[in-house]
Design a protein around this ligand. Structure first.
Ligand code: PGA
Length: 262
């Protein structure tokens, strides 16, 4: 069994005090060691304080996006070296809100994945189809294009040991809508993504890569999703803003690990 990952994408929410409190309560519930990886993705400005709040716990912190260049005249942007200098471990790349609202292209996302890997930041590459694409039978085509372009030439960087990489399947129609994909719908696409990873990165690496599901994950639907053989965790938006709900999903994932071991 791959070690599950439970990740909270806070998006553009919370104030500093709320962010500190939420991070502290997640850290307290997680303690210093856990059978799952717990990641928090706060807004950029809260990262230093969130890192302080989770110090001593197993919780790790990342960013919701970044720019592909290391430095330069890019007003308002944040780079990989800036994130690693804060001790961030992960970065979400290609989230559908970045693709659709901020018009990030497959090519830009590909460059960001390269930059993250070069700097030892683990990318969480998000892929997923819109409702129109699903309804017109293009789900697999879209997911294939986004995965293959995102990871193009990443193979060498990943294969040579180095940095971890995660993929998140987030059907756009399920994000923030309350319409969760059924466990079977999600599993079908996760299995497809794993096959793509096999082709791009080799069997061994593809077997180890964690593929997270995202899109209206809540405490009451997380277990059925996490039980699927190719669903290795969850990228959670709305439900990660409430400590009780988020902690309960972490507990569900931990219990599944314990039951698989026993
Ligand atoms: P949601 O968001 O859980 O609120 O649907 C998921 C995401 O966008 O990562």
């Amino acid at each position: 069994m791959r070690r599950p990952v439970i990740a909270g994408n806070w998006k553009m929410n919370l104030t500093l005090k709320e962010a500190q409190e939420l991070a502290a309560s997640v850290a307290k519930a997680c303690g210093a060691s856990l059978p799952v990886d717990v990641l928090l993705f706060p807004p950029f400005v809260f990262i230093p304080e969130v890192l302080k709040a989770v110090q001593g716990s197993a919780v790790r912190v990342g960013a919701q996006t970044m720019h592909q260049e290391d430095s330069g005249a890019y007003t308002g942007e944040i780079s990989a070296p800036m994130l690693t200098s804060l001790a961030c471990s992960h970065v979400v790349l290609g989230h559908s809100e970045r693709r659709h609202i901020f018009r990030e292209t497959d090519e830009a996302i590909h460059q960001k994945v390269q930059a993250a890997l070069r700097h030892g930041l683990a990318p969480v590459l998000c892929v997923g189809e819109t409702l129109a694409e699903r309804e017109s039978g293009q789900t697999f085509e879209v997911v294939q294009r986004q995965t293959e372009t995102g990871l193009d030439q990443a193979a060498a960087l990943i294969k040579n040991g180095g940095t971890d990489i995660l993929v998140a399947y987030e059907p756009v129609w399920a994000i923030g809508t309350g319409k969760v994909a059924t466990p079977e719908q999600a599993q079908e696409v996760h299995q497809f993504i794993r096959k793509l990873l096999q082709r791009q990165l080799g069997k061994e690496k593809a077997r180890d890569i964690r593929i997270l599901y995202g899109g209206s994950v809540k405490p009451d639907n997380s277990e059925a999703l996490l039980k699927q053989p190719d669903i290795d965790g969850a990228l959670i938006g709305g439900a990660s803003l409430m400590s009780d709900g988020f902690i309960s999903i972490i507990r569900t994932a931990s219990a599944l690990v314990s039951s698989a071991v026993s």
